[in-house]
Ligand binder design. Structure first.
Ligand code: GLN
Ligand code: ZN
Length: 784
């Protein structure tokens, strides 16, 4: 290069790949919701977002990320894929100038335009918006979206590192525009790279010396492109981007590859030699790929600065700093210290978590504590001693010691029970079960039911909060919940549904509720993690062997059963979903807690049976989500996941009908596993795909199926005719003796107006389809 005079900023020795952005007290969530409901103006929203950003920069600097470019500028008002898609301009004509109104129209839809599809980001519980790209989508870069962040930071005294989703990942995660079902967005890579070049040039112009491009797609297997193809695409994209001159045409480029280890992508990236490369060498990744570090040092040229993503960005365990320091010293060159993934997946801080048991709290690190760990590792690497970071190293050592020695993580009785489990777990012949259940339940053809939850009213939420805060006693709380259950049971009777649920008013969240009632879990007060947009969850923390002290759901289900002559369906969350939506222990393979949770749920099944409950649903909406990113690890996962589900149900009587429910995803890769769950009835999200999945699912499947006919993700009330139509389509693949009639998912987020109207239409549609003379309850209902 000609401009050898100038030296560019070195990559910071301590940094993070990304940081939470919802605000330590969910300030951004509140600002977003205030904007959407018209309570604040776009300008006021902008001010709120700006203060979240600047406070984050300030806090990270205070915590020790004080070198230039150590703090990432990875803010997203709704989602990072949408931010990058906007910056490199792939949102097409629809996006106009992309003011806030346009931006949120894409994210959330409007009355006359649907939102972009939303789906899970890799194997996490974060959801991103899926850009739609066609062969002639016009790409219009808007670099000012990124340069504005840099300038804002600079005016507050911060030299930040802009972060974009990289071009290969952006296209791998996009879908073909509606009119071009067979088009592959990755085929537009060359066009897209030109737009990245425009954005990079604008950043260079703004004086930026480092930009980060995230390429997690290179650690996953996709249907649209295999590992070698993605590697080839990455090589071509980055050789173009990197051929521009540093300084005038682009900043130095730091590529990250999070969520697992690189295969072909490692050689591809090594061959083009970006100025820096962050690799995920967190414990879970190295457990799955023990040779990864050797492969990295062998492949990556000295020209590329290596950044060790050694602090786990996805889990909350305090790092084993001594061991990690050894690992870092084992590299054949100086490395920077970072996180394996963005810290987006963990809560802000342990500060204020006063209700956690002190021993467990000592084992944890949230985002701020992780930054402290990174700073300590970097300092120890630089100085050759841990002395100046004694406090951090001592905390880490204590965490390792007390956690290993703790009696709280280990439960002998549970271990003995799991050790005695049989290898094969089977409930016997499905047809025999069907006959026994038919005789016991006496349900009509095409039975109607719901997925479990009913709308959560303000009163219910307030009562739960008051009970939690000790403002009302248990008796008052129970009365309030019972009154709600009675209301919901009466409503279902009035509508004419065949299988009744209690409505789940006692549950804040289907996973947190069970975690709160199982030993081996703790829950946090303020451990919010962004799930999508303004939505956050507080994942429970699984720290030890799991057991159940007493029945959890039985009192509520039995109360519901006492109010009706119709069968009541008990409602449990399955083991895989409980694991998927919690922070899990890292000292055992997931199959171990999966079996333990399954045994606790099996006891619950048995207690529900003893209480006379004839139908029990075990929800597994997250079955698809935990599917490993690499093809060859999927069979093993599905094997333990399916086994855990079957363990919950294996002790059930033949005439107890076991239901399961799945939603949120494309089921293609897990159809066989869904069948292998061997539930008697499977309800599954299908309304948006217009029942397409049924043919695939029905192949070789003898159990009963309830394809969701009402898309509950929208407040829209489906008409009776429309529901009849969908049911008619379903009847073509599934006989009337095996088809159930139900919504897509739980009704918790819906209002009563559309719930009641839609359920009445559902019952009408079933009746019309069967040509049954309508019963009293049905006839009384008004058409909507
Ligand atoms: N039973 C749960 C409910 O109805 C299921 C929710 C889900 O599938 N996510 O809310
Ligand atoms: Zn669901």
């Amino acid at each position: 290069m000609s401009h050898t005079e100038r030296t560019w900023a070195a990559y910071p020795t301590a940094t993070v790949t990304g940081y939470p952005r919802i605000g330590p007290n969910r300030e951004l969530k509140r600002a977003l919701e205030a904007l959407w409901s018209g309570k604040i103006s776009p300008a006021e929203f902008e001010t709120a977002a700006r203060s979240v950003r600047l406070e984050t920069y300030g806090r990270l600097t205070e915590l020790g990320l004080n070198q230039p470019y150590a703090v990432p500028a990875d803010f997203a008002a709704y989602d990072q894929v949408l931010e990058t898609a906007a910056a490199v301009g792939v949102l097409g004509g629809a996006a106009g100038d992309l003011d806030w109104e346009e931006y949120f129209a894409l994210a959330r839809g409007t009355d006359d335009r649907p939102a972009l599809e939303m789906t899970k980001w890799f194997d996490t519980n974060y959801h991103y918006l899926v850009p739609e790209i066609g062969p002639d989508t016009v790409f219009t870069p808007r670099p000012q979206r990124v340069t504005a962040l840099v300038e804002e930071a600079a005016s507050a005294g911060h030299t930040v590192r802009p972060v974009l989703v990289g071009p290969v990942t952006l296209l791998a995660l996009s879908k073909a525009a509606e009119d071009y079902p067979n088009f592959r967005p990755l085929d537009r890579l060359d066009d897209l790279v030109k737009n990245y070049a425009v954005v990079l040039a604008a950043l260079a112009e703004a004086g930026v010396e480092w930009v980060q491009l995230d390429e997690p797609a290179l650690v996953a297997d996709f249907d649209a492109a295999d590992d070698d193809q993605l590697a080839g695409l990455a090589q071509s994209a980055y050789s173009t981007l990197l051929s521009a001159a540093v300084g005038d045409e682009r900043p130095q480029i730091a590529v990250t590859a999070s969520y697992g280890s690189l295969r072909a992508g490692l050689d591809a990236l090594a061959s083009v030699a970006p100025e820096a490369l962050t690799v995920d060498i967190s414990k879970p990744t190295l457990q799955a790929d023990p040779d990864y570090i050797q492969r990295i040092t062998a492949a990556v040229p000295q020209l590329t600065h290596l950044v060790a993503g050694i602090i786990d960005g996805r889990n909350i365990w305090a790092a084993d700093l001594e061991t990690q320091l050894e690992t870092l010293r084992g590299f054949d060159r100086p490395v920077s210290v970072s996180t394996s993934t963005s810290l987006l997946h963990v809560p802000y801080t342990l500060e204020g978590e006063v209700n956690l048991p002190v021993d467990v709290a000592g084992w944890l690190s949230f985002a701020e504590e992780k930054v402290t760990e990174i700073e300590a590792l970097a300092e120890a690497l630089a100085t050759g001693t841990t002395q100046s970071r004694e406090v951090a190293f001592a905390r880490a050592a204590r965490a390792q010691r007390t956690r290993t020695e703790s009696a709280r993580t280990h439960n002998d009785a549970v271990r003995q029970r799991t050790a005695a489990l049989p290898a094969e777990v089977s409930r016997g012949d499905v047809n025999e079960r069907r006959a026994a259940q038919k005789a016991r339940l006496g349900l009509p053809d095409l039975p109607t039911t719901t997925i479990g939850s009913f709308p959560q009213t303000d009163d219910v939420r307030k009562a739960r909060a008051a009970f939690r805060a000790g403002r009302i006693d248990e008796a008052e709380y129970t009365d309030t919940m019972r009154a709600e259950i009675k209301r919901v049971v009466d409503l279902q009777e009035d509508i004419g549904l065949d299988v009744i649920v209690h409505g789940e008013p006692e549950r804040n969240d289907m996973v947190q509720y069970f975690a709160e009632h199982l030993d081996g879990f703790v829950t946090t007060a303020n451990g919010w993690v962004q799930s999508y947009g303004s939505r956050c969850t507080r994942p429970p923390i699984l720290f030890g062997d799991v057991s159940r002290a007493e029945p959890i759901t039985v009192p509520w289900s039995s109360y519901a059963a006492s109010l009706t002559d119709k069968p009541v369906k008990g409602m449990l969350t399955g083991p895989v979903t409980i694991l998927a939506w919690s922070f899990v222990r890292d000292d055992e393979p997931l199959s171990v807690p999966a079996d333990q949770i399954a045994l606790a749920l099996a006891d619950e099944v048995s207690d529900l049976e003893d209480a006379g409950i004839p139908i029990i649903q075990i929800d597994e909406p997250a079955l698809r989500e935990l599917l490993p990113l690499r093809e060859e690890r999927r069979a093993e996962y599905l094997q333990w996941a399916v086994r855990a589900f079957r363990l919950c149900a294996v002790g059930a009587r033949v005439d107890t009908q076991i239901h399961t429910h799945l939603c949120y995803s494309e089921f293609g890769q897990v159809i066989t596993a869904i069948q292998a769950l061997d539930a008697d009835v499977t309800s599954i999200e299908a309304a948006r795909s217009r029942m397409e999945l049924l043919d695939a699912l029905d192949d070789g499947f003898h159990a009963e199926i309830g394809p969701g006919v009402w898309d509950i993700h929208s407040p829209r009330v489906p008409s009776t005719a429309e529901l009849e139509d969908l049911l008619g389509a379903a009847l073509k693949s599934i006989g009337p003796d095996r088809l159930w009639v139900n919504p897509d998912c739980g009704l918790k987020t819906r209002g009563y107006r559309e719930t009641e109207a839609s359920l009445r239409n559902l019952v009408h549609a079933r009746a019309a389809l069967l040509g049954i003379r309508q019963g009293a309850g049905v006839a009384a209902a008004a058409h909507v």
